[in-house]
Design a protein around this ligand. Structure first.
Ligand code: GTQ
Length: 348
């Protein structure tokens, strides 16, 4: 051992009890030249998952579980209930006749309906009925319960900012005294007020930084994408892609999560791009392929309707579809933008 090495090792050892660590030993990892996410790309095929959802339905009731959800965990983050470093994803099952009891928390949630029609979610006293492809929001700190008064099981994707709120140590939660909220407003009132490019003349939107529309029906988004596919230029990277907005601000529907829906026309063979916001995808209709290039190499996911996949930060994604498909996705982009660190690169 040289003198210098010995000197340094002695220093590290002697100061360690005082909780001191030399920066120079970790600087390269703390301030990497580019994002080096510990997350890996992953695909969850619905056909493989469905039997486990069914078994979860036999193993526990929605009421006992509070939320009967199978968490989609990033394979590189097992045990952390995270699909990326900042985002959570899970598939929730509610059977006919069940209720998932009312509670509220500071975590924001989105529901993206994967299979089944006729369950409802209630937010702050208003119910909305679920149909496949609908995007529904539970704003931070609003009471919400879910129920299924229809004849078939309903499955949806839960997207929450749980890891982000955990990072900030800012989580609060409460259970409601009632199992289901009292219905205080007719179904569709929020959409009538805010969902038609109009807004009430007086008063502030009810949910602060979160969109006053808490259900964005698939019927509408599907029609918009279809129109654009027929009548407008198709983007070489995205196909036809729109972002959901908070109509009161033009910004993202929730302060922590951005949501998107895109259509890849039949025969689409897209170019690659990367972005700092890792994204979670839910396949709505059709089939296609995602090619993801990261530091550990390339992966290829062949996806079908109801499959889910995750693309980590700064890994290049390229999408292709022979027969055409529709994809829903969400990411933590609004937080990157608020911090002034969002970056996107479209590769040639
Ligand atoms: O429906 O409120 O997947 O609180 C995780 C936590 C769903 C919910 C989840 C939750 C919920």
């Amino acid at each position: 051992m040289t003198n210098t090495t010995a000197l340094r090792q002695q220093l590290y050892q002697d100061m360690s009890p005082l909780n001191l660590t030399p920066l120079w030993a970790v600087l390269h990892a703390l301030v990497p030249p580019q994002p080096a996410s510990p997350c890996v790309p992953a695909l969850w095929e619905y056909e493989q998952i469905k039997p486990f959802l069914k078994r979860a339905g036999e193993a526990i009731s929605a009421e006992e579980a509070v939320r009967r959800v199978l968490i989609l965990e990033n394979p590189a983050l097992r045990g952390q209930s995270a699909i990326t470093q900042s985002l959570y994803a899970g598939l929730q099952l509610i059977l006919p006749g069940e209720v998932a009891p009312s509670h509220r928390h500071t975590q924001s949630a989105l529901r993206f309906i994967v299979e089944g029609t006729g369950a409802y979610t209630a937010v702050a006293g208003e119910r909305t009925t679920m149909h496949p492809g609908d995007f529904i929001i539970t704003p931070s700190w609003t009471w919400h319960d879910h129920g299924n008064e229809a004849a078939e099981p309903v499955v949806w994707l839960d997207g929450l900012d749980i890891p982000m709120i955990r990072f900030f140590d800012a989580g609060f939660a409460q259970n409601d005294t009632a199992k289901s909220q009292t219905v205080a407003r007719a179904e569709g009132s929020s959409f009538a007020r805010y969902g038609h490019n109009m807004a009430p003349v007086r008063g502030d939107p009810p949910f602060g930084a979160t969109s006053p529309i808490f259900s964005y029906p698939y019927e509408r988004s599907r029609e918009a994408l279809h129109q654009l596919e027929c009548n407008a230029p198709v983007d070489a990277w995205d196909g036809v892609k729109l972002r959901y907005i908070n109509p009161a601000t033009g910004g993202s529907p929730m302060p922590t999560m951005a949501t998107f829906m895109q259509r890849l026309p039949a025969g689409f063979d897209g170019k690659a791009w990367r972005q700092t916001d890792g994204a979670v995808y839910s396949v709505v209709e059709g089939a296609g392929t995602a090619y993801i290039d990261g530091p550990t190499g390339s992966v290829r996911f062949d996806f079908e309707a109801r499959d889910h996949f995750v693309v980590p930060s700064w890994q290049a994604l390229r999408l292709a579809s022979t027969g055409g498909c529709v994809l829903f996705s969400y990411s933590d982009r609004p937080v990157h933008q608020a911090l002034g660190i969002h970056k996107e690169e479209r590769l040639p």
